[in-house]
Design a protein around this ligand. Sequence first.
Ligand code: ARG
Ligand code: ZN
Ligand code: CA
Length: 243
Amino acid sequence: VNGKIQIPVVVNVLYRTAAENISDAQIQTQIDVLNKDFNATNSDYGNVPALFATVKANVGISFVLDQIIRKSTTKTSWGTNDAMKKSASGGLNPTSPTTKLNLWACKIGGGILGYAQFPGGSNATDGVVIDSQYFGLSGSASAPYNLGRTGTHEVGHWMSLRHIWGDSNCGTDFINDTPVHNTANYGVPAYPHYSTCTGAPVEMTMNYMDYTDDAGMYMFTVDQKNKMATIFLTGGPRASFGI
Ligand code: ARG
Ligand code: ZN
Ligand code: CA
């Protein structure tokens, strides 16, 4: 990886209200957050507890805004069935999904902040959806999810990462250097928060792949970094990015 991976980003904006038609400036703030969080230049990186100092990682992947595509809609919410990714259902098809990361900013509804497609899925639906209310900083972004970390979390999924608690009690995320968690954490948990799983490890609640508030998440690990890097290698599911 070594900071050489650079990913062009296409942002597809679907809007019914003026607030949903997020500004170019707000879109750029999301790109900026991704660049900080994936290059360990986020201002809260230094808050990683000493316990995790040897596993915190600079992922070394950068993002460049390629183009913004806008479309007005009469839909009040899009749900999570990929309708926003298809012009046939009033959405916007992805642009060059095998070589560009497509983001959709739209009203998802149902309290969903965002969702992502893992590597290996259909090109027609590949990318990340982020509710316009939680896209980037400022503008329409609303607390406590107004630091752009929904984007960071979802792009983590898009690069193959699982939730840190493995979506079950004391489940696995298939990452060795993250501790076992009981379940998702919310808010900004006090440190240390102990798991009751085998070994009673201190949970890494500040990992981007937990469910804390945006202010509570500020690190990836070395093994997460390595897993993300492998998808872009020859033979990997995102090798077409030509990195
Ligand atoms: N619930 C979403 C998901 O599972 C995103 C959670 C993002 N968390 C945040 N603090 N922004 O993919
Ligand atoms: Zn998630
Ligand atoms: Ca783990």
